[in-house]
Write a protein that binds this ligand. Structure first.
Ligand SMILES: CC(C)(COP(=O)(O)OP(=O)(O)OC[C@H]1O[C@@H](n2cnc3c(N)ncnc32)[C@H](O)[C@@H]1OP(=O)(O)O)[C@@H](O)C(=O)NCCC(=O)NCCS
Length: 156
């Protein structure tokens, strides 16, 4: 049941801890969207295995609504970040929380040291909702890479 009006979402990205780990595992997309994004369990495993990868739970106040996995790396000697996974739980989609969570993710990435100069994101080319969101937030198409459409933006 919905317990918030979502008139004015206040997204905070919270680290995943032993205390909130179960809430993170409850975040799911619709069955139709499962081909677009790996499950939270896989993202937690990826973050454990890949040195430098980081996860955050997107919370509207205290309510967990989404999840993001990023991977900072160097490209041509410059720090960049790949947003590897990004999702809003199916119960909370279509309320502006994806836009707020992506904005919070970009703010977080800007705060990293060394400061990333560019950020990459990618998805399947028929993921219209995600692509519309990414393009509207300043990402530009950069062609197909390993079966996905890659998009980049420079960070100011
Ligand atoms: C993509 C996703 C994160 C969007 O989250 P959301 O909370 O529903 O998005 P918002 O309500 O903030 O909407 C933001 C924008 O996304 C786009 N969008 C969202 N739902 C859409 C839909 N069903 N069809 C087309 N565009 C859509 C629109 O551009 C929208 O902006 P607008 O409201 O000004 O038109 C969410 O649908 C999701 O988690 N999908 C499954 C996982 C996934 O595909 N992740 C990306 C691949 S890694």
């Amino acid at each position: 049941m919905l317990t918030k009006p979502w008139l004015d979402p206040m997204i905070v990205l919270r680290p995943v801890t032993p205390e909130n780990y179960d809430s993170a595992l409850e975040l799911h997309v619709t069955p139709e969207q499962e081909r677009f994004v790996g499950p939270v369990m896989k993202s937690l495993a990826d973050a454990f295995i890949h040195v430098g990868a980081e996860v955050r739970m997107a919370c509207d106040d205290d309510l967990p609504v989404g999840f993001v996995l990023i991977f900072p790396f160097e490209l041509d000697g410059k720090p960049v970040v790949n947003i590897v996974r990004f999702l809003i739980d199916a119960r909370y989609q279509g309320r502006g929380l994806g836009r707020e969570s992506l904005a919070a993710t970009l703010d977080w990435i800007r705060s990293l040291v060394p400061r990333p100069q560019r950020v990459r994101i990618s998805t399947l080319p028929d993921n219209e909702a995600a692509l519309a969101l990414y393009r509207s937030m300043g990402f530009e198409d950069h062609g197909m890479e390993e079966g996905e459409l890659a998009l980049w933006q420079s960070l100011t």
